[in-house]
Design a protein around this ligand. Structure first.
Ligand code: A2P
Length: 280
């Protein structure tokens, strides 16, 4: 898996193919989409148009629809593969369960079994999960034939370091992908990050992406802007010093992602149901 990925979350369908093509020209070889983003076909179009062999681009997508049971989940997943790579032997490199929340263990189990089937058929070269906590990963051991999952994609940046989950994944050989490594662009003016960026003559975004790489996490920054897409890929010719890594580690709020509280039974049942229908 190429470590640096291009996230297409919230990129409109109309911009998505172009954004992926820009990313590929800028050197990205890893695209991250999802059923939820509704732009899998546009990612597929970029694969066809980029002029590179299919094997050179690593593509991830994720199951959106919960509670369909194994059979329907499998069919939906197969549709995603066909959207992304419509060739007869088309495949995705990585298929993830998008989110464990608002689901019963049975739902998570059926989604995983559907992914295992897709993997056995060669339609998903690897399978994994997203936003899973250690308890969800432990639960999987009871029913999974394939364990551990190849990847856990979680919210990771200096302010949300999810140490318990990170330690668990490191211990069990589960690769970590970092979604929203730029904290959605909301922390780029943080003084610690800005100082480090100034010292390195880099941008704050580059520092945050480099931070993930040095932690061994695969960052998936999102941008629709050509300059920023390029800038975010230009992160392989400098190092953040150990001292500065420690400063960035010190920014951790210790809190999990804001959607954690949903899983703690805080949601009114109708909202829970709506989130489930929306696949969130
Ligand atoms: P834009 O798409 O206009 O570039 P994350 O990857 O953490 O979800 O963050 C994505 C947000 O960060 C988007 O709003 C994106 O805006 C912004 N962004 C991405 N790259 C940069 C950059 N190099 N400098 C400033 N903002 C950036």
């Amino acid at each position: 898996m190429p470590l640096l990925g291009f996230g297409v979350y919230q990129i409109d369908r109309s911009d998505c193919t172009e954004a992926c093509l820009r990313a590929i020209s800028a050197g990205y070889r890893h695209l991250d989409t999802a059923q939820l983003y509704q732009n899998e076909e546009e990612v597929g179009a970029a694969l066809l148009q980029c002029g590179l062999p299919r094997e050179e681009i690593f593509v991830t997508t994720k199951i959106r629809y919960p509670r369909l049971g194994k059979g329907k989940t499998y069919l939906r997943a197969l549709q995603s593969v066909q959207k992304i790579d419509p060739r007869e032997n088309g495949y995705v490199d990585l298929f993830l369960i998008h989110n464990p929340y608002v689901l019963k263990p049975k739902d998570r189990k059926e989604m995983w079994l559907a992914l295992e089937k897709l993997h056995e058929e060669g339609k998903a070269k690897a399978i994994g999960v997203s936003s899973y906590k250690p308890e969800h990963l432990e639960e999987m051991r009871e029913y999974a034939t394939i364990w551990p999952p190849a990847v856990n994609q979680i919210l990771l940046h200096p302010w949300t370091q999810q140490r318990e989950t990170v330690d668990y994944c490191n211990e069990h050989g589960i690769a970590l992908q970092a979604f929203s490594p730029l904290a959605r662009g909301k922390k780029l003016e943080d003084t610690t990050v800005a100082d480090i960026a100034q010292r390195l003559a880099r941008s704050p975004a580059q520092v945050l992406i480099r931070y993930c790489l040095q932690k061994g996490w695969a960052p998936l920054p999102k941008s629709v802007n050509e300059e920023r897409i390029k800038q975010n890929a230009d992160v392989f010719d400098f190092d953040i010093s150990e001292g500065d890594m420690t400063l960035l580690e010190g920014l951790d709020s210790g809190k999990g992602p804001s959607f954690d509280w949903i899983s703690k039974g805080n949601m009114p049942s109708v909202t829970t149901w709506l989130l489930g229908v929306a696949g969130l």
